[in-house]
Design a protein around this ligand. Structure first.
Ligand code: AHM
Ligand code: MG
Length: 283
């Protein structure tokens, strides 16, 4: 698996360079969720595809930007499901964005996720890697290489609240729950990029990121294989929890289609316990 992490480090620098130098306009294509693709989405996808094509342990690739599975190496062991440039619509206002990678062995479902990684392209480039053992590890790019910074551990309770989805379309109990957190003193932190938003909560010790099912999107917005399941491993391994609206661990999701979405809640223990009460989920 080390060769996969090394490839991710290489592509992080290439994508960062593309973000800094390339055209920010739209391409003339849509992704498989029917969203217009930016040229940068397409470029980042290609950078990743090319890099993994020469990484023999990688059997298949599944990209948020493509329909279906791309077969690379029949002898390979892992399938990588990735979002090449999450939050790409924020690049033109110069906010942070990210790449997310889920590394699966066997059928594409939560329990077969063996590791995950994400890259944050912000004032600096940072990389976080989680496996099934130990805490997620944080790396920061310094002079063209990633230096290990340390491990990430969240507290039992945080101070930040990142509530996703259009408020107009929230159900009443979700709205009351979010209002209660603010009434308790939580501070709003929501950029519209799940990578920097979830990264901030993990690094600042805890809090809650939510993207619920809404009246317009009953199954939420965020994709299980590329976004939700990889971050679920990050949150569980750093001492937090990651569940859906029924209280099921996101790490146990079984998508029926590669682009399936799920309502999702990532947080430290206190906020997730409070969410379960608000949603009427048995603890
Ligand atoms: P994308 O993969 O098309 O970039 O969409 C995912 C992004 C997440 O980064 C973010 O949390 C969410 O969409 C924001 O959605 P909204 O604008 O509805 O709050
Ligand atoms: Mg995305």
């Amino acid at each position: 698996m080390q060769s996969i992490f090394e490839t991710i480090k290489r592509v992080a620098f290439e994508i960062d360079e593309a973000i800094k130098t390339e055209d920010l306009g739209y391409s003339d294509s849509e992704n498989s969720s029917g969203e217009d693709q930016l040229k940068l989405d397409v470029r980042s996808d290609l950078i990743i595809e090319k890099a993994f094509a020469t990484t023999p342990v990688v059997k298949n690739l599944v990209s948020e930007e493509k329909e279906g599975v791309l077969e690379l190496n029949p002898e390979g062991r892992y399938t990588i499901c990735y979002d090449p440039l999450d939050g790409s619509s924020l690049v033109d206002v110069n906010l942070s964005v990210g790449s997310i990678f889920g590394i699966y062995e066997g059928a594409l479902q939560g329990e077969n996720l063996v590791a995950s990684a994400y890259v944050v392209y912000g004032p600096r480039i940072e990389l976080v890697i989680a496996t099934r053992k130990g805490r997620p590890q944080l790396y920061r790019a310094v002079q063209g290489e990633f230096r290990h910074i340390g491990e990430i551990t969240m507290g039992e309770k945080g101070k930040l609240n990142a509530p996703g989805g259009t408020q107009q379309n929230w159900c009443d109990y979700h709205k009351s729950f979010i209002d209660d957190l603010f009434a308790e003193g939580y501070r709003l932190r929501y950029s519209g990029g799940m990578v920097p938003d979830l990264h901030q909560i993990m690094l600042k010790g805890g809090g809650l990121f939510s993207y619920p099912g809404t009246s317009d999107k009953p199954h939420g917005k965020l994709r299980q294989l590329f976004e939700v399941i990889p971050f679920a491993l990050m949150y569980e391994r750093s001492g937090g929890e990651a569940i859906d609206n029924k209280g099921r661990r996101l790490l146990e999701l079984v998508p029926t289609h590669p682009h399936d979405t799920s309502p999702c809640f990532f947080g430290s223990k206190y906020e997730i316990a409070k969410l379960k009460t608000a949603y009427g989920i048995d603890a």
